[in-house]
Design a protein around this ligand. Structure first.
Ligand code: HEM
Length: 470
């Protein structure tokens, strides 16, 4: 067994493969092409990393029990919040998330979540019209949808005081966004370096700490108990710092992806009128099916749906989301071999050595034209039974993780996204737009593959919308 060939043309002294952080996918693809098996290795500082690719690489990467996700991310991903307590905290986070996202809690909250979504769409309906195109209103979904997803998330895994107070909601969202944008790659190489971004992250962490501790103190004075996620976490005996770390950790894991894909979904549909019409027909069909009196408005019918109905009645929204994630998922999975021995990469004759890291770039499969036809195109019908492109080989669809580390928030993320979009499709007609309300003719730009993780588009994407006439 051999260690995959060392790739070092881009290396900087001491730092090693810096391009792993600045041009990850490009570096991965160039290195991949330079070897027979598609596997290669490189150094990040002193850390030895193996890039795996192809079906054998995927099988090894996603199925090996000794490849650890937590350690891989902690050591290689610039930007994760430092987790106090390592493995113990990881267990606490996953256990708490699993409890908060159980059916019982979702059923308890669904009425409030639906009300949040309805009110957000009512606020869109009440927004001022465009000056130059007064038949339309204009929105940037990456603001309005994103904020709604944040509200739904905080309501489900955070504090009611924040979810119910628009000002506090916006304030905490802006702190979180600043926190999230201050990644510090340099710290991976020089952990002792007090980088400005790291200092700002500490500062924003402290601001969140103050907000949560004020909420907790005021609850202590209040006789009436609050029944929400924060209280549940506190009742398990967790400290305020556990609570803050849990909130930041789970927002990191969930909010960015969910908020951005909830926003990309209508943007892609606006660009694809035929598909948009299908989704709208699906929403209208559900409304017709569950309307109990003719006076009920579409929003009122949607507000009466149960979690089970939200989860089963909107397959086309689900496929739109599946496709939005596939086309817009830059980045890579990261793992560390924490086992007692080297891990063979299928039958390639190569290994991920004990103690080394492994990386798999998601677009190796998601943008593989042999698997996904016209792989850059948004086309949810590729998942219909007669095409089933995502079932062609092993681990072909990685949008929700695969193998040993499936996404723990998938069910909740889907629920959030279907809620936001069903109300939006039910209440509005919409089209792609420029900032001034004129029709946008350029499609949604592709997500930059240089990104380590999806983030809001640098140039805002607009949609123009008007209330539907029934
Ligand atoms: C559109 C939304 C989301 C997408 C596309 C997404 C995607 C993923 C992917 C691809 C992975 C596996 C990563 C890997 O293999 O390296 C993952 C894992 C995970 N996700 Fe999500 N996720 C989403 C929403 C959420 C939400 C809302 C939460 C929680 C509130 C969440 C919590 C987690 C956790 C805790 C893991 C780690 C599982 C483990 O360590 O085994 N995700 N997610």
């Amino acid at each position: 067994y051999a260690v995959p060939k060392l790739w070092k043309p881009d290396d900087l002294p001491i730092l090693g493969a810096w391009r792993f952080y600045t041009h990850r996918e490009e570096m991965y693809r160039t290195a991949q092409r330079s070897t027979k098996t598609g596997n290669f290795s490189f150094f990040v500082g002193k850390k030895h990393v193996v890039g795996v690719s192809g079906p054998e690489g995927r099988r090894t990467f996603f199925d090996s029990k000794d490849l650890d996700l937590g350690e891989g991310f902690n050591d290689l991903f610039a930007g994760l919040p430092a987790q106090p307590g390592g493995d113990d905290f990881d267990r606490f986070l996953k256990k708490t998330l699993a409890t908060l996202l159980k059916s019982e809690n979702l059923n308890k909250n669904i009425g409030m979540l639906a009300t949040d979504a309805r009110r957000a769409c009512e606020a869109l309906a009440a927004a001022p019209v465009s000056d130059s195109h007064p038949e339309w209103r204009i929105m940037n979904p990456f603001d309005s949808m994103f904020r709604l997803v944040y509200q739904l998330t905080i309501r489900t895994i955070g504090a009611r005081e924040i979810a119910d107070d628009t000002e506090l909601l916006n304030h905490t969202l802006s702190i979180f966004e600043q926190f999230e944008s201050r990644t510090s790659t340099l710290k991976l190489f020089f952990p002792w370096l007090p980088t400005p971004n790291h200092i700002l992250r500490m500062f924003n962490g402290a601001r969140l700490y103050k907000i949560f501790s004020d909420i907790i103190k005021s609850r202590e004075k209040n006789e009436k108990p609050v029944d929400d996620a924060l209280q549940h976490i506190l009742d398990t005996g967790a400290s305020i710092s556990d609570v803050i770390s849990f909130e930041i950790g789970s927002l990191f894991a969930g909010l960015i992806n969910t908020g951005l894909h909830a926003s990309y979904l209508p943007a892609h549909c606006a660009d694809n009128p035929e598909w948009k019409a299908k989704v709208q027909a699906e929403v209208d069909g559900v409304i017709a099916k569950y309307r109990s009196t003719p006076e009920q408005s579409p929003a009122m019918v949607l507000s009466s749906l149960s979690v089970e109905q939200w989860e089963s009645e909107f397959p086309l929204i689900d496929l739109s989301l599946r496709e939005s994630i596939r086309v817009g998922m830059p980045g890579a999975g990261l793992r560390k071999n924490i086992g007692p021995r080297d891990i063979p990469i299928g039958n390639t004759g190569e290994v991920i050595p004990k103690g080394s890291y492994a990386v798999y770039v998601f677009n190796d499969v998601h943008k593989n034209p042999d698997i996904y036809t016209e792989c850059h195109k948004f086309d949810p019908s590729r998942y219909f039974h007669d095409r089933a492109e995502d079932k062609k080989t092993n681990h072909t669809y990685l949008g929700w993780g695969s193998g040993r580390h499936p996404c723990l928030g998938m069910r909740f993320a889907k629920l959030e996204m279907v809620l936001c979009n069903a109300y939006f499709f039910a209440m509005f007609d919409f089209e792609p737009s420029e900032k001034d309300g004129s029709l946008r003719t350029e499609p949604v730009p592709p997500v930059d593959v240089k990104l380590l993780q999806i983030r809001k588009p640098d140039d805002p994407i607009f949609i123009r919308y008007k209330p539907r006439v029934y």
